[in-house]
Design a protein around this ligand. Structure first.
Ligand code: NAD
Length: 468
């Protein structure tokens, strides 16, 4: 079932009531694990990893439990810090994202052993730590990615050095400090997660090539993932998406409209999995739009669509880029830039788009949905595959026709495929399954968790311990 705005408000209210007595004041949090120099951070994480590696799984799980508690206690502060520092997203939705990390990121239970026993003895596959992992994190989900990665990496016996996004360094480093506080409070070492005061492209490059970094986990746009894949190290590449949502003539249109708008407006469309454009069959497109408008969409027409293009994109000597003043902003704020005043009930901008429309092709990360009308579902699938740009990231569909759903899933071949629900259900939010904020779309591991950060070891004992 989808969650609606009033339910979200109610959950956030409850959370604020629950955490108000325990929430820390921002500046009281003394930084732990934050270094001026990335080489120092790597040295410190290396020392801490030797200690983590020797810990029992029970001890690791204790630290993870404390990280979860601290994430809940600090959800509001980190959400406010992220919006203040990056100028993107919504505090109420970011609180929900932090709670999701706390509640549904797998811990040590994710690190399992496979065994074969028989006439020749016993063989085990055990999942071991890589060592020190290099983490690159985005500005769109900064502290959530740090916390989610840290839980999984520590479950696997690793420590991590982050080079966080420079535009989100304060909140990212706040989260790094929480991870270390959790460890120390449970009798563990400091510096199980490390970071730097001033992350730069150069510090990122050092991290990507340092001899003591065993694995890279890179969450961000195409540039940084490509750089990591060229580094010569093993890299988990969690790159960009541009998720299309297809609606065919069999869909429950009222529910499809609500799910699409709920997903596309979650944290103002910052999540990489969020619906970024709609491709709908022409026989139902007007009815779909009618329901979308009833769910808080404002439809732009005529020259206002051109104004939108000129507002949200920047043409820098022929290179088209996003206007960062619009990324992750409320629909109301973007509309105001076009000279259109609306009230708070408007949460998404929609417009009829032709199939080559630039706002459909670009990954905007804004609550804006171009709606492309097509004759039939085959045409819709073809266009959706084109809009996804081969990222193999996420795709969504509203349909009751199993053949159509299957065909789309096969053609688009993405790490995430959500049917008849908002995109965020793929993160475990009102959906089954665990949470992650690093979806290794480019390199194929998909939704990462503790086991993704481990390596496989086969251990064989001949002629013994088989007692059948
Ligand atoms: P970004 O690519 O601007 O930045 C990501 C990080 O990479 C930052 O820390 C940045 O400083 C660093 N960086 C960029 N180029 C680099 C290079 N050449 N060498 C070293 N470091 C470099 O991303 P953003 O704007 O913060 O985040 C949005 C993008 O990330 C979107 O494209 C979104 O789809 C993607 N994303 C993907 C996932 C996923 O799980 N697949 C999750 C979140 C965001």
């Amino acid at each position: 079932m989808a969650i609606n705005e009033s339910q979200i408000e109610e959950i956030v209210k409850q959370v604020l009531l629950n955490v108000s007595g325990t929430t820390k004041v921002k500046n009281e949090n003394k930084a732990i694990g934050i270094f001026e120099d990335i080489e120092e951070a790597i040295d410190a994480a290396k020392i801490a990893q030797k200690k983590i590696k020797k810990m029992s799984m029970e001890q690791r799980e204790k630290i993870i439990t404390r990280i979860r508690e601290k994430t809940r206690e600090n959800a509001k502060i980190m959400s406010e810090m992220a919006v203040e520092e990056t100028g993107m997203g919504r505090v109420d939705h970011k609180i929900l994202k932090h709670l999701l990390v706390a509640d549904k990121t797998p811990g040590t239970e994710d690190i399992t052993t496979t065994a074969w026993s028989g006439d020749n003895g016993l063989t085990l596959i055990e999942m071991g730590a890589f060592g020190v992992i290099g983490g690159i994190t985005p500005s769109t989900n900064p502290s959530c990615t740090v916390l989610c990665n840290s839980i999984g990496m520590i479950a696997g016996g690793n420590t991590v050095v982050f080079n966080p996004h420079p535009g989100a360094v304060k909140v990212s480093n706040y989260a790094v400090t929480l991870v270390n506080e959790a460890s120390v409070e449970c009798g563990g070492p400091e510096n199980i997660a490390c970071s730097v005061t001033k992350p730069t492209l150069d510090s990122g490059k050092i991290l990507m090539t340092h001899k003591d970094i065993a694995l890279l986990a890179v969450t961000g746009g195409p540039g940084v993932v490509t750089a990591a894949l060229k580094s010569g190290k093993r890299a988990l590449g969690a790159g960009a998406g541009n998720p299309p949502v297809v609606v065919d003539e069999t869909a429950d249109l009222q529910s499809a409209a609500k799910h699409i708008v709920d997903g596309a407006t979650f944290d103002n469309n910052l999540p990489c999995i969020a619906e970024k454009e709609v491709v709908a069959v022409e026989s139902i497109v007007e009815e779909l739009k009618y329901h979308m408008i009833n769910n808080g969409c404002y439809e732009l027409k005529g020259s206002d669509i051109d104004k939108l293009v000129n507002t949200v994109l920047i043409n820098n000597n022929g290179i088209i880029g996003l206007n960062r003043d619009c990324v992750g902003k409320d629909a109301k704020v973007i509309l105001k830039k076009l000279g259109i005043e609306v009230d708070d009930s408007i949460r998404c901008i929609i417009f009829d788009a032709d199939e080559d429309h630039i706002l459909v092709l670009e990954e905007l990360m804004m609550p804006i949905l171009g709606i492309v009308k097509v004759e039939n579902v085959d045409e819709a699938i073809k266009l959706a595959v084109r809009y996804e740009h081969g990222n193999r990231h996420s795709a969504h569909m509203h349909s009751k026709n199993i053949d159509n759903l299957t065909k789309y899933g096969r053609e688009i071949d993405t790490a995430i495929f959500v049917k008849n629900a908002p995109s965020y259900s793929a993160l475990g939010f009102n959906g089954e399954g665990y949470c992650t904020f690093t979806i290794a779309s480019r390199t194929g591991e998909g939704l990462t968790s503790g086991k993704t950060f481990t390596k496989s070891r086969r251990c064989v004992l001949s002629d013994g311990l088989s007692i059948r």
